[in-house]
Write a protein that binds this ligand. Structure first.
Ligand SMILES: [Mg+2]
Length: 434
């Protein structure tokens, strides 16, 4: 086997001036500048393949996230690449297990997301070397190999490795058929594009109409800043789509527990299909109390769930009916494999969080892998779609008839175009590129 080495972790602070148009505005985040703390894992391999990944942030602090990624250089630069790629579970445990860096979490926040970025960049190399998109690479691994990716530490009272193996083995016979189906028909999506709080009512209605015309089967509205505004906006959206069309609402952590229950009750006449992030993402018992009080309206959360242990508890406490994994919040592909297995064990659908910068490009691979090799179903599952910034990616998300087209290009989908990386590199001020 030819041996190659990691030669550098190149980082870039990339920021888009999205606050000028209020794209992405919600009850907690009124003026985000969508950003990426970007990493390129460079190697001396003859194939010239680098690994690309990022952490999504919304502006200030992106430099802090970049620094956290750089703190991992000592772990990786100079290391032989092939052994790291051959045992990605061990590689994950090695990075997460650094006892001094671990103190900064443990397994949460800026340092954990930095590890996730580096892990995802290694997966990008592994998938490109295999000539496969990530979803397909994962779907060609045996149940035993997939289980090896997961750190079961702190999970075994909810999911033991043997149970994970059973789930994966049960899905094994239909893999080829489902991959074929996926390539033919894609994976359903829903759109949040109409719902940003900073948009006028006229823009809201126009974008809801557009969502229908584009073939989406669900939309999502941001709520939580002002109840009268929420009622007015929900009524307008409902009038456009009719009585039965699913409309989710997202409070982005705005409420106290009792406030969430009262607010959702006030919106219940419009039939929200789920209520997302009603309160603090750390408040598992609070989510459970809300879920009990507003049933049958469902509670969804996860885009700020910092690791698999939080997801485990949300599931154990019957606090969520929808699990919303995020490609870059937790420790990368490996930890999301754990999250998918937890969801399968508890029979809860995964509807990933996306939007931002490159989150659709990245997370679709996890849902597609889930369909082919884990849960084996797309029923009740949708990937979030937001129509922003896709043009900056080498393999941009493609939507057809409201569904994500399964990517066939090798890699994780996280590689941003070199021109875009250059144009939006942050050097103390935002670049407004026409
Ligand atoms: Mg959300």
């Amino acid at each position: 086997m030819t041996v190659s080495r990691i030669t550098a972790l190149e980082t870039i602070d990339i920021r888009f001036p999205t606050s000028t148009t209020l794209d992405g505005s919600d009850a907690m985040n009124p003026d985000p500048d969508y950003s990426a703390a970007y990493v390129i894992v460079k190697t001396d391999a003859a194939d010239g393949i680098d690994g690309h990944a990022f952490v999504f942030t919304i502006g200030r602090g992106n430099d802090v996230q970049v620094s956290a990624i750089e703190a991992l250089a000592g772990h990786l630069v100079g290391r032989e690449l092939e052994p790291l790629l051959a045992t990605m579970g061990a590689t994950w445990r090695d990075l997460v297990g650094d006892s001094q860096l671990r103190w900064l979490g443990p397994e949460k926040g800026v340092m954990h997301m930095a590890i996730g970025a580096v892990v995802n960049a290694l997966w990008d190399i592994k998938a490109k070397r295999a000539g496969l998109p990530l979803w397909q690479l994962l779907s060609t691994m045996s149940p035993e190999e997939i289980v090896e990716l997961v750190d079961f530490r702190y999970l075994t009272n909810a999911l033991a490795p043997e149970e994970a193996l059973e789930i994966l083995r049960a899905a094994e016979p239909g893999r080829a058929e489902r991959a074929h189906e996926l390539l033919a028909n894609g994976y359903p999506g829903y759109t949040t594009s109409p719902g940003w709080l900073g948009y006028s009512d006229a823009k809201l209605e126009a974008l809801v109409r557009q969502a229908l015309a584009d073939g989406f089967t669900q939309i999502k509205l941001k709520v939580g800043a002002d109840l009268d505004d929420d009622i007015r906006r929900f009524r307008k959206a409902r009038a456009v789509v009719g009585p039965d069309f699913p409309i989710a609402v997202d409070a982005n952590q705005r409420w106290e527990v009792d406030e969430a229950i009262a607010w959702v009750s006030a919106l219940s006449e419009f039939g929200p299909t789920w209520v997302e992030e009603p309160t603090s993402p750390d408040d598992i018992l609070g989510h459970a109390a809300i879920a009990r009080a507003i049933a049958p309206i469902r509670v969804a959360t996860g885009e700020h769930a910092q690791n698999r242990v939080v997801f485990k508890q949300l599931l154990q406490a019957d606090a969520i009916s929808i699990m919303q994994i995020d490609a870059v919040r937790v420790g990368g592909v490996n930890e999301n494999v754990a999250n998918l297995l937890l969801a399968a064990k508890f029979g809860i659908p995964v509807c990933p969080h996306a939007g931002g910068v490159g989150l659709c490009e990245a997370v679709q691979h996890m849902s597609m892998f889930d369909f082919v090799a884990v849960s084996g179903t797309r029923d009740g599952r949708l990937i979030e779609y937001v129509d922003h910034l896709h043009e900056h990616f080498v393999v941009p998300t493609e939507i057809r008839g409201g569904s994500f087209v399964a990517p066939t290009a090798p890699g994780t989908g996280m590689e941003m175009k070199a021109d875009s990386r250059r144009a939006y590199t942050f050097e103390g001020e935002l670049h407004h590129v026409a």
